[in-house]
Design a protein. Structure first.
Length: 351
């Protein structure tokens, strides 16, 4: 790790143990050596799955990537992420909307060199199988009717099975993937309990492949990574390294005790002045032509008045302020401030 990164880490007073530092420094190679798993969290997935080498700039979009800027880590965050990695347990991250809960997954993936984040956004209609895999039975029947068959006279079933984010994360990678299960509290009331067996066993079945395992023991299926495939043997997907699972919740409802005791918990507080300034620097460097200190103070004041704002709303305001400052058109201070505050919509409709 670079001297600059170590210096930032020391100033933050973060824990010195573990593989994660929380600076969001971009890794040139996967971090190592990876900490050993407890004996009861060791898994036996066979074969080898390949992760994409590049995330297409996804982490830069979420975290920022201005040269010379490093994220100042929160000591509690660093401790809990390292504990979750060491114990091979999901990390349940709670906090207000827009506090940066989801961003944590991209920080981890970029810093530890674990490839693209596998994101599973949860809605009220989400079920466990949505995260594991999808089987396009109708598409396969249509292909069969159209004469799309292989050398054995059958359609290639692997073309019609698409692993979801959770299903892809449980493939047998040499190093874990980062899985973001976003806003689990919006999902079906049974979804947290449905996840328990998958989290405990690190595996799941694909019955459509298990039924044909006698004649086709290995099938190539599509994964959640664009353009990637993976081999599934005898209809079972089993991990080799349990993924780094970040589960976010806005606190809209409580989770079952059985689910909570299998997770570590981290609460993310709303960002203060320093963290907001750091976030702006990561995306914009040192913005010229605007009074950034005053803008952040107005943002925080407005946030207090309306019961909370999302941090990305500040980024919107900075971008718009820079556009106004460099446009060459006259904009009275009052009109400009009203325009900026017009995009700061409260998080709660009651506000």
């Amino acid at each position: 790790m670079s001297t600059e990164t170590d210096a930032v880490h020391t100033r933050a007073g973060a824990a010195r143990w573990g593989i994660y530092r929380g600076t969001a420094a971009k890794a040139s190679a996967p971090a190592g050596p990876w900490p050993p798993a407890p004996p009861w969290r060791r898994f036996t997935g066979q074969g080898s799955a390949t992760r994409p080498a590049d995330d297409g700039g996804e982490a830069d979009r979420h975290v920022g990537n201005m040269p010379g800027t490093l994220r100042i880590p929160d000591p509690r965050e660093v401790e809990m992420v390292n504990a979750a990695i060491s114990l091979r347990r999901p990390l349940l991250v709670t906090g207000d909307p827009g506090a940066g809960k989801s961003t944590l997954s991209y920080v981890i993936a970029r810093e530890l060199g674990l490839g693209p984040v596998l994101r599973w956004p949860v809605t009220s209609r989400t079920r466990l199988r949505d995260g594991l895999y999808d089987y396009d039975a109708i598409g396969r029947v249509q292909a069969t009717a159209a004469g799309d068959r292989d050398a054995d006279g059958e359609t290639d079933i692997g073309k019609y099975i698409h692993l979801g984010a959770l299903g892809t994360a449980l493939l047998p990678y040499d190093l874990p993937r980062v899985l973001l299960i976003d806003e689990l509290d919006k999902g079906d009331i049974d979804l947290p309990n449905d996840l328990l067996n998958v989290f405990e066993e690190g595996e799941y079945d694909i019955p459509e492949l298990a039924r044909i395992s006698g004649s086709r023991p290995e099938v190539l299926v599509r994964t959640a990574d664009h353009g990637c495939t993976a081999a599934v043997t005898e209809g079972v997907v089993r991990c080799r390294e349990f993924p780094v699972v970040i589960v976010t919740s806005n606190g809209e409802r409580e989770f079952p005790p059985a689910f909570l005791r299998r997770c570590l918990r981290l609460h993310v507080a709303p960002p203060d002045f320093r963290r907001l300034g750091q976030m702006v620097a990561a995306h914009f460097g040192t913005p010229e032509g605007i009074e950034l200190k005053g803008l952040i103070e107005r943002f925080l004041d407005h946030s207090r008045q309306v019961g909370g704002l999302a941090s990305d709303q500040l980024l919107n305001a900075v971008h718009l302020a820079l556009q106004l400052a460099t446009s060459g058109s006259y904009q009275p201070d009052q009109a400009r401030d009203e325009l900026l505050e017009a995009i700061w919509h409260p998080l709660s409709p009651e506000s």
